[in-house]
Design a protein. Structure first.
Length: 72
């Protein structure tokens, strides 16, 4: 007898809608204001912010690829 299917985890409103929208909006604002950020945070601080953004983007891309392929 086959096992019953396990319920799949789904994103809620916060994790699935609010967080990606907020990250996209903040990314656009940061890109437009990159000169101001470098001037105020310094080159090291600006590079740290950009590095954190890249890390978030890579994690999001890997998560999306995992969800899209649905491999086990």
């Amino acid at each position: 007898m086959p096992e019953p299917p396990q319920p799949t985890a789904r994103f809620g409103t916060f994790a699935g809608v609010f967080t990606p929208t907020l990250l996209t909006s903040l990314g656009v604002i940061l890109y437009v204001r990159v000169g101001w950020v470098v001037g105020n945070a310094g080159l090291g601080g600006a590079l740290a912010i950009v590095g954190l953004g890249i890390l978030i983007t890579v994690c999001t891309g890997l998560s999306l690829a995992s969800i899209a392929t649905n491999t086990r």
